[in-house]
Ligand binder design. Structure first.
Ligand code: SAH
Length: 254
């Protein structure tokens, strides 16, 4: 089998944050497969077929890509951010694991991209400077009880927590429920970063204490970063955005 599937990370938005390796993989593809808005980010190329789909059918899209590759195509499956972070790479491998045995002989590669939490962190300072973890708040693919148990564990372990998929019209209450759990475990002045559409033209980043945060301040293009007990805000002159960082150092300096 000569077919190839490359799952390509497009980064957060601005094409300057696309890796040269991802650009090469996109240019070498005979077929692009992905959610419409991600496909739209890739410049059109003569002779390259574009297969847009909606966002709900990741596994079907993965099978479609594998089928094309099995017929000899060089397929690029596009994903926002990094394809391994709550995105298409896992869906492709899940399809291979449970699907046509012939797919196992395909060449499957992953081209990494800058994931939303790293882009957001870079915008505000170094909030992920200490130990951190990330979670998807979506209960489309896993039960809500799992989300709640993990969130409590992460907060109790004093990780900085980055929340992906915080809210959507189909999942309106989950972020509010998550903030309630955060308020049980973290102090009211804990810094919360709401980073929306980072590195896109409509970027908006807010830094607020936990006591002032509301779920309605986020949407499905927002990644939420919850500070650890050690995360600090450095205030700056009037009109300038503060910096946020989590120190790596726990001890007393000599
Ligand atoms: N693979 C993607 C994440 C897909 S899950 C990545 O690595 O970034 C989709 C979620 O990612 C969104 O609900 C949002 O929480 C986050 N996200 C993706 N792009 C973003 C951006 N440019 N700014 C802020 N959040 C983003």
């Amino acid at each position: 089998m000569t077919g190839l599937v490359t799952i390509v990370g497009l980064g957060p938005g601005d094409p300057r944050f696309l890796t040269p390796a991802a650009v090469e993989a996109l240019a070498a593809a005979t077929d692009l497969v992905g959610y419409g808005p991600y496909i739209d980010r890739v410049p059109e190329q003569a002779g390259q077929r574009r297969h847009s789909s909606d966002n709900r059918v990741e596994l079907d899209r993965a099978r479609f890509a594998l089928d094309l590759a099995a017929q000899g195509a060089r397929v690029a499956v596009v994903s926002g951010g990094d394809p391994g972070v709550f995105a298409m790479a896992a869906a492709v491998f899940e399809a291979v694991d449970n699907g046509d045995p012939a797919w196992r002989s395909l060449d499957i590669r992953v081209e990494p991209g800058i994931t939303a939490m790293l882009a957001a962190a870079a915008r505000v300072g170094a909030p992920l400077g200490g130990d951190f973890c990330s979670m998807s708040l979506s209960d489309n693919l896993k039960p809500w009880e799992v989300v709640e148990t993990r969130l409590r564990a992460a907060l109790n372990a004093d990780f900085v927590v980055a929340l992906y998929n915080p809210i959507s019209s189909a999942r309106p209450w989950q972020l509010g429920a998550a903030f309630k759990i955060v308020a049980e475990i973290r102090e009211p002045d804990t810094p919360i970063i709401l980073a929306r559409a980072v590195m896109r033209p409509d970027e908006r980043i807010r830094i607020l204490p936990l006591s002032e945060v509301e779920a309605s301040m986020a949407d499905m293009s927002t990644v939420v970063i919850i500070g650890a007990s050690t995360t600090k805000v450095i205030e700056r002159p009037e009109g300038e955005a503060p910096y946020v960082y989590t120190p790596r150092f726990y001890g007393v300096r000599p």
